[in-house]
Design a protein around this ligand. Structure first.
Ligand code: SF4
Ligand code: SF4
Ligand code: SF4
Length: 199
């Protein structure tokens, strides 16, 4: 009878390596805590188990653009508590990793809805710059989500609908920006001031 091979347990090194595939420090924190919760966290002590779950909730808020200074303060308190009271090194290492990321300053940037690495999708949107758009229709053809509105320009005809992106439908797949021959599509921070059309 052939022996069934047991899956290799996920180590803290694996968790860290997975997190460091991201560039943004807040994204790194989220991946770290989700990977930790999925396996190495055993739930045997409260400071680590409750702390990790609450960390995930607070970090998700920050990644999603609704985080506040209170979330950062709370994350700091949780990591201090986890560092002091966790039963094993795994909980303490998690606390250290998150505390280091908070100190990077990128957390504060995200409270202002800025992700310098452009990895937190909710803080960015694709837009079409009207002055650059030639109304060629190429982007509309590649958008699988029907998020692009506009009419292809026909020679000698006026009164066509200009191209724009319906943000509620856009899934931020990035396909349109790759194909625009005029460089008219940009991925900008939701905080960036948009120039009014036609200026
Ligand atoms: S600190 Fe260690 S023992 Fe406590 S829940 Fe975390 S992994 Fe388990
Ligand atoms: S990013 Fe994707 S979903 Fe959004 S408009 Fe471009 S192609 Fe469509
Ligand atoms: S591909 Fe670029 S130039 Fe063509 S319609 Fe779309 S945004 Fe405008």
């Amino acid at each position: 009878m052939s022996e069934e091979k047991k899956p290799t347990p996920v180590t803290m090194k694996d968790v860290q390596a997975k997190a460091e595939e991201k560039k943004c420090q807040v994204q790194q924190s989220l991946v770290f805590i989700e990977e930790f919760l999925a396996e190495p966290m055993c739930g045997r002590c409260f400071p680590c188990s409750f702390g990790s779950y609450e960390m995930r909730i607070r970090i998700k808020k920050i990644v999603g653009g609704t985080g506040t200074d209170e979330d950062i303060a709370r994350l700091k308190r949780i990591s201090t508590n986890m560092l002091e009271a966790s039963m094993c090194k795994k909980g303490k290492d998690t606390a250290k990793f998150i505390a280091e990321k908070i100190e990077s300053g990128e957390y504060a940037g995200h409270i202002g809805k800025e992700c310098s690495e452009k990895e937190c999708d909710t803080l960015f949107e694709y837009i079409i710059i009207p002055e650059k758009c030639t109304s060629c229709n190429i982007c509309k053809d590649v958008c699988k989500d029907n998020a692009i509105i506009g009419e292809k320009r026909k020679p000698h005809l006026s009164g066509y609908l200009p191209f724009e992106i319906a943000q509620k439908r856009c899934t931020k797949c990035g396909e349109c920006i790759k194909v625009c021959p005029a460089g008219a599509i940009e991925f900008i921070s939701v905080c960036a001031e948009k120039e009014p059309a036609g200026v």
